[in-house]
Design a protein around this ligand. Sequence first.
Ligand code: ADP
Length: 457
Amino acid sequence: MMLKQKFIMDHNPSTGEIIEKIKISSPGEVASCVKLARKASKSWFAVPLKNRIALLRKIEKDIFKTKDLIARTISVEMGKPLKHSIAEVETVLNTIDVNIKLSEEAFNTSIHKDKNLITEVQRIPMGVIAVITPWNYPVDIPISFIIPALLAGNCVVFKPSEFTPLSGKHIYEIFNRHFPKGVVNIIQGAEEVGDMILASDIDMIAFVGSRDTGKRIFAECAGRVIRMILELGGKDPMIVLKDADLKKAAEYAVFGALKNCGQICTSVERIYVEDKVAHQFEKLVYDEIRKVKIGDAFDKIDVGPLANEQQRGIVLRQIEEARRKGARILHGGNKVEGRGYFIEPALIVDVSEKHDLMTEETFGPIVAIQRVRNAEDAIEKANRTRFGLGATIWTKNLKKAKEIAAELEAGMIGINKGVSGVKGTPWVGIKESGFGYHGSIDGLKQFTHPKKVSYKN
Ligand code: ADP
């Protein structure tokens, strides 16, 4: 089989310039990587957990030492403001630590007894795990799969996004410095190479990306009964009730919709605000969004460019459709002419379900607001989506907020805050946002299967 393309042209989205030409893995290289991982998997599982942990502590140290270089690579490749790239690397260090601390409990053999029998339930690694990830958190997302996979005793075949091959290469090189040959492997390329990995001798796939690709992976895995973790994005609602602290809610609306240029699965994608306070809320959001500075990832800015030209095209089309179908654009929403893939952060009101902006994942710097009659109306509209990742509720009435949370079809809900929770709790979605967890004991266990051995008491 011949590849359609031999190289990835890695771009800097702040300038549009090519940073580097990266070789795409050939079919032969994909096959030998998977073979190498298979060969290494038996001996890696035989390494005691405490020794696996010791190696991962070395990775942690190495990442800490090279924090600035990794952060700069993220910023140059996907346009994230440098301070946010540094924060991404800090999150990674935390992820490693949390996973290590939970691993003993997650993988412990449990012993069960009754009058006649003793049963040991062991946690056995899956074998070879393909980790396929997107560009929006090009270090954090891969690490949040690779670490638990390795702790559990699996070997990994990692394919970074074709838009962030250098961030992927950095991660791989750090593992390669410390780990036995074949335990962590890298494959570079896009869809075509992803398909080759899926068709290869893997035992499980851990994937974060678009719903369409996720469905394709689901179908492929179904045929061979391969285990999966799929995280397929979201369309997170933010519900603002009339008794909310409107200033705080407005600040969060802008922050939550624009962080990482809106390219986060849990970005605020739809805002439902009660009629009575809608005008006041929109005005506060307007004041807030006007303060946002956009520009090159390495300048003192709040929001960088879209990560690639294709993504900018999708977002501009959604804005144009909203405009055509009667939504009001109170601020921004235009393409910034010149270098890089920029859009002016937009505040769009009077949107509804007739606009893609409120139904399709946007992944762009847009605050979209729809007015609702009351909380019930907001819940009904918030649930009218295929997705079920996060949601936030803004009100001073905690009891009411918890009642709304119980009605919302989402895996993670924040009350007067974003969706993140206490360290070690899962990152989780429902409905077509996929299944499987990041982090937590549940998350670690997914990289193993239970095996029981019983004998007479
Ligand atoms: P995003 O828009 O977030 O990049 P994609 O689903 O297109 O979402 O890409 C996520 C990851 O999935 C990337 O690493 C991409 O190369 C990979 N990918 C795309 N198509 C396939 C496929 N058919 N099989 C396996 N991986 C794929």
